[in-house]
Design a protein. Sequence first.
Length: 132
Amino acid sequence: IGYIKNKVKKHRKLAIDFSKYLVIGIIFTFLNVFFMWLLIDVVGLYSAVGAAIVVVCLFFGKFYAYIIVKFLRRNFFGYVAVNLASALLNIAFVWLLIEVFHMPTFYASFAVVLLLFIGRFLAFKKLRLIAE
């Protein structure tokens, strides 16, 4: 019975951790869209400048959001490494699916984003970056 309790406890923690990761991801996706619109369309910044400001600010903001909700440990280097690897894989997979397998862009980008969303979570877990 102790074995079963440990398994249930482990899976419960995994579900809670993934829920935190999912909610932060959804919130920051909406923030990204909103602030891109605000800086580029409303304020009138050049798109590359507005996008760069939003991406950098939300990158740091998401790290601290993960800390606040006790999803990640305070390991900024690990966070950067996982996200940098994810960005490079995003480029490679999108290229592969579109250029090699001739998949439509919408489906390729959607599949890659979904795959890498799960992949980042698993990387955080494997690298022991998820808070206890």
